[in-house]
Design a protein around this ligand. Structure first.
Ligand code: SF4
Ligand code: SF4
Length: 319
């Protein structure tokens, strides 16, 4: 996986991350309390038009482990936010490819008309481009309340397609240019497994944006978001309560301190609320069927908690 040669890989020690409360050394495992539900992520379903090599959620045209969520199912949670007067301002949509969900545009319309900001993680390919007309209407009505983040894994066709498959570059580029020409509030998410420093990556993304007149400031980390990589095979230490002060990391900076995600599992009657976007399949991070019941603290009992959040500094997801 991701730029690490197989000879360097060590598998996670199987005795770690077993006990929710204690680490292998008998120390109290770190937990994160929900400080404030700032962002509610909605997983629209894991089906995708692509099968990217390093998709963290293993999306593909066949993976429907998380099925399409409906507008009414999302409405239930938007209602709960308003009824309970949570301070949530942002609703993020991730997949799979959100625009493949047949209820996505009505869901987006509902979200925006309730006054939330919406962020969509997309590959900007045909599924998005098939919705140009409704997207333009939503943009004209709601302006910058609607934000679209496009995954461009690398600024060259070859490396982008080495992750995303043959033919993925041209369609992505058409979608990106369309968003830019039409004045959407949009940004680009890149990846960093290529052995290039951030400065070099930003500079070369900048040249790519200039070449195609993409209206993005490559030096603005909010417009060109470069995500650190996760490698599920590399070993990582367990995080204890003492680690926060030793590492100088604030638990309130973890995604699970200010976000939740709703998912609809295949065969389930209704959606479930989970701790974050990073662990969609691990049932121990499932926190109930309402946002209220999901307000409990989360035990950092997964290698991703250590590797990606506490030690790696990652804070978000990619589409
Ligand atoms: S990384 Fe994004 S575009 Fe690629 S398979 Fe996963 S969800 Fe689809
Ligand atoms: S992966 Fe990160 S955000 Fe998710 S529960 Fe673990 S620490 Fe929290």
């Amino acid at each position: 996986m991701d730029g690490i040669s197989p000879s360097n890989n060590k598998f996670i020690d199987p005795v770690k991350f077993k006990n929710k409360d204690l680490t292998i050394n008998g120390e109290r495992r770190a937990r994160v309390s929900l400080l404030e539900l700032r962002t509610l992520w909605v997983n629209t379903g894991t089906l995708c038009n692509l099968t990217c090599k390093n998709c963290y959620i293993e999306s593909s045209p066949l993976n429907d482990r998380l099925v399409y969520i409906s507008k009414d199912e999302v409405k239930f949670f938007l209602d709960e936010i308003l009824e309970r007067q949570f301070s949530t301002k942002d609703i993020g949509f991730t997949g799979g490819e959100p625009f493949m969900n047949p209820d996505f545009i009505p869901t987006l319309q509902l979200t925006l008309s309730r006054g939330f900001r919406a962020l969509i993680l997309t590959n900007a390919m045909k599924p998005m481009q098939h919705q140009k007309n409704p997207l333009m209407k939503l943009k004209n009505k709601f302006g910058d309340q609607l934000r679209i983040r496009v995954s461009v894994d690398h600024y060259t066709k070859n490396l982008h397609e080495s992750e995303r498959g043959d033919g993925s570059w041209r369609s992505m580029l058409q979608g990106l240019i369309w968003l830019s020409i039409n004045g959407f509030n949009f940004d680009v998410a890149g990846r960093t497994p290529w052995g290039e420093g951030e400065e070099m990556m930003r500079s070369n993304y900048g040249k790519f944006f200039s070449k195609y007149n993409i209206d993005i400031d490559h030096n603005d980390p909010a417009r060109l978001v470069l995500f650190p990589e996760m490698d599920e095979l590399l070993d990582t230490p367990e995080i204890t309560e003492r680690c926060w002060s030793i590492l100088g990391v604030d638990p309130n900076d973890m995604m699970c301190a200010n976000s939740r995600m709703i998912v609809k599992r295949k065969g389930a009657d209704r959606p479930a609320v989970i701790a974050c976007t990073l662990l969609p399949y691990d049932q121990q991070f499932e926190l109930g069927e309402t946002l209220f019941t999901s307000s409990k603290s989360v035990s950092l009992n997964h290698p991703h908690c250590s590797k990606f959040c506490v030690l790696g500094g990652g804070s978000c997801t990619k589409g």
